[in-house]
Ligand binder design. Structure first.
Ligand code: THU
Length: 129
């Protein structure tokens, strides 16, 4: 996996963020097992709750193109370190506990976790079996 490339795509996606209410920009880049990268930014809405995070934008783009197997997601945002929110953790979890979550400040400064490390004892699709 080319982590710098993935982070670079997340940084670029962040430039597209639509954030007239918070001014807080986030970008994400999702690497699929087929080797494709889907990017996303946060998109806000005047009635606030319809706002979608960058991570879920990227996941929705990928799933709507037929992708369901993911290796990693890189996230970058305006906080010192921008970690995925709880809702996004659950949505990443939907597609696997082993997905690598890269929280990046820049292409050279990043931290890496598995989804399971960020969300231990999670509820997942297998629990409904
Ligand atoms: N946001 C994301 O895009 N991803 C996260 O995981 C954290 C929060 C966005 C949502 C909202 O547009 C802005 O950041 C402030 O919460």
């Amino acid at each position: 996996m080319d982590k710098k490339l993935l982070i670079g795509k997340a940084l670029k996606a962040k430039e597209k963020a639509y954030t007239p209410y918070s001014g807080f920009n986030v970008g994400a880049a999702l690497l699929t097992k087929t080797g494709k990268i889907y990017t996303g930014c946060n998109v806000e809405c005047v009635s606030y709750t319809p706002t979608i995070c960058a991570e879920r934008t990227a996941i929705a783009k990928a799933v709507s193109e037929g992708e369901r197997s993911f290796i990693a997601i890189a996230i970058t945002g305006d906080a010192d370190w921008t970690f995925p929110c709880g809702v996004c953790r659950q949505v990443i979890r939907e597609f696997g506990k082993d997905i690598i979550v890269i929280v990046a400040k820049s292409e050279d400064e990043y931290r890496e976790y598995t989804l399971e490390e960020l969300m231990p004892h999670s509820f997942g699709p297998e629990d409904l079996d």
